[in-house]
Design a protein around this ligand. Structure first.
Ligand code: UDP
Length: 491
């Protein structure tokens, strides 16, 4: 009966909705606004948070062991040894043998061609993570691929970090000294490195200046841009653009991230590795153990957002959405993230999140160490609904991870997320706290629809966002650049 009411009320439109706000959002707001309040979770004043940062929970019906575990989650303090990297053949059960054979066929023509990939860090960050997986696979396919990392002093990394923020639209004062620092470190690296390969793949702006080593009779040069260039600082972009235009090809992660360029552009989605600790299948007992370690009650729905504690991920908005949902559906919210120890802003945001959660014991906040891939995998698998309510986003790999785990995903319609979520087909897109609450509640009360979204989402991720798809794109692009395939072959 409740559900029937819910469906009927979707016809009501919020007259207070902002002009231009999507109709669906108006309906969602009206829906939430019209429902009677059943249970109000009071938001305590900021000053009521215990000084230690530990949250104080109110008396509840929750069994004591959950409360205890939520106060003191069992978080692993030691980094486990890295697992052995998977072999190419290991992907057969996931993508099927014909797909594997197709990749082998493409690779056969490139056998013996040499590749050099260059970026600015061997550890940390998504680029290093992808290269760690991609390069062994290319070598296994007998395409000798070398990974070089440029070096630089603190002054260089300060400049490149400034560039990174400026290219995302931030303010920046680009002086001649900054230009000189950037170019002189690029030049030092260029002198130190040899460029004897057939293909050079330069990742992101930091080493972009290496292209000065391009010679007309040796090798093709590719610039792989992992960042969103849709709204760059004009001065910084004007400085980098002439370098970028010397490349034989440029690659962007989403159609919206590109710029007008006098160089061919290709679209390569970021990818996840289905065999990594973050994404591989897990035994149910392990998922249960992780839930037990963190005090998660698997008998009730679990809504999860995995994200750094960053305002652009809107964790407080997620708590507000959860509170709206909680009035009608008994559920728990897990907010798991990391980075709060080495990122001063992360610690501040974590505090804001704890204050917003107040004394509600069903909001489980986990500050996880960087080696928590298996735990994150388990949390995603234990979730009934995965949320990524970002206000700004790059590609949004947590969305990809959720889709791959066949979960219904509710996510902000920003950055690369709409590429991954086709609204109401592979997940749902939202634009507000109320919209987010409406969609979570709808999914919790329509499990068949939620399951269908999960299935479609997994298929979409399999078709587009797995490392094997990424590998295939590289092989096709290499063939095009080396004149072995026509550029209009499907990429
Ligand atoms: N992640 C993690 N630990 C955390 C928070 C996030 O390992 O505490 C992972 C998450 O699973 C995903 C990546 O970090 O693989 C975040 O990528 P995304 O593109 O979603 O966001 P970014 O942090 O790059 O803005």
């Amino acid at each position: 009966m409740k559900e029937k009411n819910a469906e009927r009320k979707t016809a009501v439109v919020d007259k207070n909705a902002k002009a231009g706000e999507p109709r669906q959002e108006q309906r969602e707001k009206a829906e939430i606004a019209e429902k009677p309040v059943q249970q109000e979770a009071p938001i305590p004043a900021a000053s009521s948070a215990p000084p230690s940062g530990e949250r104080r929970f109110r008396q509840t019906d929750l069994p004591a062991h959950f409360i205890e575990r939520r106060k003191r989650p069992r978080i692993s303090t030691e980094q486990p040894p890295p697992p052995a990297p998977p072999r190419f053949e290991d992907y057969a059960p996931i993508i099927g043998k014909p797909e594997l054979d197709e990749i082998r066929f493409l690779a056969r023509h490139l056998r013996g061609k040499t590749v050099k990939m260059v970026n600015s860090t061997a550890v940390g960050g998504g680029v290093a993570e992808i290269l760690n997986r991609l390069i062994p696979l290319m070598n296994e396919l007998e395409i000798p691929t070398r990974w070089d990392v440029i070096t630089g002093g603190n002054d260089f990394y300060e400049v490149t970090k400034g560039f990174h923020n400026a290219l995302h639209g931030g303010e920046y004062n680009l002086t001649q000294q900054i230009r000189d620092i950037f170019m002189s470190y690029n030049e030092q690296n260029r002198q130190r490195m040899e460029f004897a390969e057939d293909l050079f793949v330069i990742h992101d702006p930091q080493p972009a200046g290496l292209v000065r080593s391009k010679s007309p009779n040796r090798g093709k040069w590719i610039w792989r841009c992992h960042i969103d260039l849709s709204n760059p600082h004009p001065g910084v972009w004007d400085f980098l653009k002439p370098m970028v235009e010397q490349y034989d090809a440029t690659i962007f992660s989403a159609p919206a991230f590109t710029r007008q360029l006098n160089a061919p552009q290709y679209l390569f989605y970021p990818s996840i590795d289905p065999l990594s600790e973050k994404n591989r299948d897990l035994p149910e007992e392990y998922v249960n153990k992780v839930c037990d370690d963190f005090g998660i009650d698997r008998s009730r729905p679990v809504i999860t957002q995995i994200s750094r504690f960053d305002r652009l991920k809107d964790p407080v908005g997620v708590i507000e959405a959860y509170k709206l949902v909680k009035k009608y559906v008994d559920c728990q919210l897990v907010l798991a993230g990391g980075g709060a120890t080495d990122d001063p802003e992360g610690a501040v945001v974590l505090q804001e999140v704890m204050e917003a959660a107040g004394d509600d014991p069903d909001v489980i906040i986990l500050n996880l160490p960087p080696w928590s891939a298996l735990e994150i995998n388990a949390l995603q698998r234990a979730s009934t609904v995965i949320v990524q309510k970002s206000l700004k986003e790059g590609f949004g790999l947590t969305v990809t991870e959720g889709l791959w785990k066949e979960k219904p995903v509710v996510a902000g319609a920003v950055g690369g997320i709409p590429t991954q979520i086709i609204h109401k087909l592979t997940g749902v897109l939202v634009h507000s706290v109320e919209g987010c609450a409406y969609q979570i509640r709808y999914l919790l009360t329509h499990p068949e629809f939620a399951a269908q979204l999960g299935k479609n989402g997994k298929e979409h991720a399999k078709e587009n966002f797995l490392i094997t798809v990424n590998l295939k794109r590289w092989l096709l692009l290499f063939q095009i650049l080396l004149g072995m395939a026509r550029p209009n072959a499907s990429l």
